[in-house]
Ligand binder design. Structure first.
Ligand SMILES: *Cc1c(COP(=O)(O)O)cnc(C)c1O
Length: 397
């Protein structure tokens, strides 16, 4: 310890001291609860992809520093995936960058593109690393709140428009959206694109749940809208799509200038990562459509199972159109567990009372009061685990 009164953690990061995930996961272990808090699958992705990683490792591919932008095989596979699914064409050599998960992609993008004092508009509630990375860049976050409307959380386009100031540098979009499960509609994305062009804003779009859109329309990448290709940094990840969240293989696709800028920051964060896994993810991205369809159908069944169980237990359920999270409103449960209808109190009591762990959505808000009654459950778990969770939650009603 230093003797001065100065805190060790700097002012930019002081508000991000500890995460709720650590607290809740510890509580899950201590109480023997089913952990539907943190969003990671409890089964691994395809066996052949695991084997591809083993093969790469044994064959000595990727055991030493891979190339800074990522191995050519993976960059080519990412470009082919964007072309095959969305008709978006990217040059694998100049317009694709492999990162240590989407997390590093977000950090490197924001550190590269923001000046201190710039404003970043983000959809609230937001993924927790956004706020921390905006802060590390010395920029200011300007949240635009998604609010419940007819069974899902919606963006108020007028509010978004009004949030833009002369200091706004970029829009940080996330669709499908964690934690609400909202998938932005074609109309909403069109409006976002208009606004970005009109105000000459950069757009960063986190689309790690692109393969978890449950209606048949499928995922609409923001980069495919008019005027967006040249101003959008698109972020993807293998973690969620292939159920290998520990591999931390993510990527950025954008213009050569934007990719070069992001790479300037990325090279001093990790430089490179996940060598052998990059070979395996290149194979994963080339899996036939049947893999992606089966993955989505499996998750859709799990969504329906947990949604029905939560409803039966007395929650108001916002059925997610995408992602593997369900946001609920605890207020219909009345005074059970939390007299003040507060998600924090509720989630701290839930393990003891029902043997299940969830996350209070308020942690994803600047306007904590807006998120107070909402609680998030993850359904990327084995069916038997979800059935047991549903059985336990029944006792709440
Ligand atoms: C999980 C998640 C990430 C992080 O992805 P990694 O590839 O594991 O780093 C980023 N954004 C959102 C919205 C997520 O849910």
């Amino acid at each position: 310890m230093t003797s001065s009164a100065r805190p060790l953690l700097n002012r930019r990061l002081a508000e991000f001291g500890t995460t709720i995930f650590a607290e809740m996961s510890a509580l899950a272990v201590a109480t023997g609860s089913i952990n539907l808090g943190q969003g990671f699958p409890d089964t691994d992705g395809p066996e052949e992809i695991r084997e591809a990683a083993v093969r790469a490792l044994r064959d000595g591919r990727g055991n030493q520093y891979p190339p800074g932008p990522g191995i050519p095989e993976l960059r080519t596979a990412i470009a082919a995936h964007q072309e095959r699914r969305y008709g978006l064409s990217y040059d694998p050599d100049r317009e694709v960058l492999v990162t240590a998960g989407a997390t590093e992609a977000i950090a490197a993008t924001l550190l590269a593109l923001l000046e201190p004092g710039d404003e970043v508009i983000a959809l609230e509630p937001y993924y927790d690393s956004y706020a921390a990375c905006i802060a590390m860049a010395g920029a200011a976050r300007v949240p635009v709140t998604l609010r419940p409307h007819e069974g899902s959380f919606r963006l108020d386009l007028d509010e978004l428009r009004a949030a833009v100031t002369p200091r706004t540098r970029l829009l940080l979009i996330n669709t499908p959206h964690n934690p609400t499960g909202t998938v932005l509609t074609r109309e909403e994305l069109t409006e976002i694109a208009h606004l970005a062009v009109e105000r000459d804003l950069l757009v960063v779009t986190d689309e790690v749940y692109e393969h978890l859109v449950f209606d048949d329309a499928g995922h609409l990448p923001l980069a495919s809208f008019p005027g967006m290709r040249e101003r959008t940094v698109s972020i993807g990840s293998a973690g969620k799509t292939f159920s290998f969240t520990g591999w931390k293989v993510g990527w950025v696709t954008s213009t050569p200038d934007l990719v070069t800028a992001v790479r300037s920051a990325k090279q001093f964060l990790t430089y490179v990562s996940a060598g052998p896994f990059q070979y395996a993810v290149a194979e994963a991205l080339s899996l036939p459509d049947s893999y992606f369809t089966a993955f989505r159908e499996d998750m859709r069944e799990k969504r329906d199972l947990l949604s029905a169980g939560l409803r039966e237990a007395g929650f108001e359920v916002f059925t997610p159109a995408g992602t593997y999270f369900i946001t609920t409103d605890i207020r219909p449960l009345g005074a059970v567990l939390s007299e003040d209808g507060d998600g924090f109190t509720f989630c701290r009591a839930l393990p003891e009372r029902a043997g299940v762990v969830a996350i209070p959505n308020a942690v994803f808000y600047d306007h904590r009061e807006e998120g107070a009654p909402f609680v998030r459950f993850a359904f990327c778990k084995r069916t038997s685990v979800l059935e047991e969770a549903v059985a336990r939650l029944k006792h709440l009603a």
